[in-house]
Unconditional design. Structure first.
Length: 404
């Protein structure tokens, strides 16, 4: 019953996380587009705001922006903050449920570093907090006066943290923590700077004072950072489902290419909406970066197979009538069937992951292609090699698959 409750709890939290993330990303993209679309109008002094007209859903929208504040406030203001808060809170809850409570499967790899579950969680949470502290110090320093230099230093910092995480955790745990680090920075910008600064502006208006324009500038800078981090964060959040990415020993280098690719795409749209033309070269940069990610993945996994003495394997056709040698059956039922069975016996798992059964020759034959990718090409399974599948056993699997 506990495993079933955990399964449903994880599903509902993940659902909430996705919904909140869509709302946050959508509002972020919309307001960046809106900022870029604002045009000067006589009703607002030059350099202090502007207006944009939009059409949607059969109606017309007249949107005005005041760079500092209007002369008077309306009775109601719509705040865009709970999307960010809910995304982070639900994401951190998932991090706890999946990676900290299930650290033996998803976070700790004894071949990388011997850690207790408590130590692994402390490292992960401590790194997220440290990441925010370092970022906030950088963006609050004189370095913020030079956007290019700030971006370069921030890039190096994220890369360093990705390298650190890969030296601590499984590949999957390293990438998810790198994404969580950037997500923490993004939500921290909203919670610690953007919303507080907006409240200070409102307090000054109510008191009849002229708001400090620096508050708006600071909030805009951090909002821009959030915009450029969004696409890389989404990539890292879903990377845990693709072993060709997270099993690479160079995954931390992939992070750098993903950062550049995501920023390039956002740059294209930001420039386009501002009316400065279509910078199509940005898409070429993004494509080259993702090609580099794929190349690193294929190269590193080929190196891993070579170390085990495994030859290059061609894709195989799925069929259920193949003969499964007894040695293959023994390996998979002893190393994998405790989870991949109709009634899993591994603590915390209620149903076979992804519905894959490996508890009989018929089921093993049906999932031969998945076995090839997960246990031979990438060695992603068993997770963290918790059941101790040996290199010789993987060679047995490879020899069987090569004959199919």
């Amino acid at each position: 019953m506990d495993a079933i409750a955990a399964e449903w709890g994880g599903l509902l939290i993940r659902w909430l996380h996705v919904i909140a993330g869509i709302a946050w990303i959508g509002s972020s993209f919309y307001f960046m587009h809106l900022d870029a679309s604002i045009k000067p109008i006589p009703a607002i002094p030059a350099g202090k705001g502007g207006e944009a007209w939009e059409v949607h859903g059969g109606g017309f929208y007249q949107v005005r922006k005041y760079l500092i504040a209007p002369d008077s406030l309306p009775t109601e203001l719509m705040w865009h903050k709970w999307e960010a808060y809910t995304t982070w809170l639900s994401g951190f809850s998932l991090l706890v449920c999946v990676y900290y409570l299930g650290s033996d499967l998803y976070l700790i790899d004894p071949e990388v570093r011997e850690l207790s579950p408590l130590a692994a969680a402390a490292i992960g949470i401590g790194a997220l907090a440290l990441g925010w502290i370092v970022y906030n110090a950088l963006v609050s320093s004189r370095l913020a006066d030079n956007e290019v230099m700030l971006a370069a230093v921030g890039f190096v910092f994220v890369m360093a943290m990705a390298w650190f995480f890969q030296k601590m955790f499984t590949g999957r745990g390293a990438l998810i923590h790198t994404g969580a680090l950037m997500g923490t920075i993004m939500s921290g910008n909203v919670f610690m700077n953007i919303i507080p600064n907006q409240k200070k502006v409102i307090a000054d208006l109510i008191a009849g004072k002229d708001p400090n324009p620096d508050f708006g500038k600071q909030a805009k800078t951090r909002s821009r950072h959030n915009n450029y981090l969004t696409l890389p964060v989404v990539f890292l959040m879903i990377s845990g489902h693709y072993p060709l990415v997270f099993t690479s020993p160079y995954a931390w280098i992939m992070v750098g290419f993903v950062l550049v690719a995501g920023a390039s795409v956002r740059y294209f749209y930001n420039e386009r909406h501002t009316g400065r033309g279509d910078k199509w070269w940005a898409w070429a940069v993004a494509a080259l970066c993702m090609a580099a990610v794929a190349g690193i993945s294929l190269l590193s996994n080929a190196q891993g197979r070579e170390k085990l003495g495994l030859k290059e394997m061609q894709p195989i056709q799925v069929a259920t009538g193949r003969h499964v040698p007894e040695a293959v059956d023994d390996i998979l039922t002893s190393r994998c069937a405790m989870c991949h069975a109709a009634a899993p016996v591994w603590a915390g798992i209620a149903t076979p992951p992804k519905g894959v059964l490996l508890d009989s020759p018929l089921h093993i034959a049906r999932h031969a292609e998945a076995i090839r990718v997960q246990a031979v090409m990438t060695r992603a399974m068993p997770p963290s090699n918790v059941t101790g599948m040996t290199g010789d056993e993987r060679k047995v699997l490879a020899a069987w698959l090569a004959k199919l």
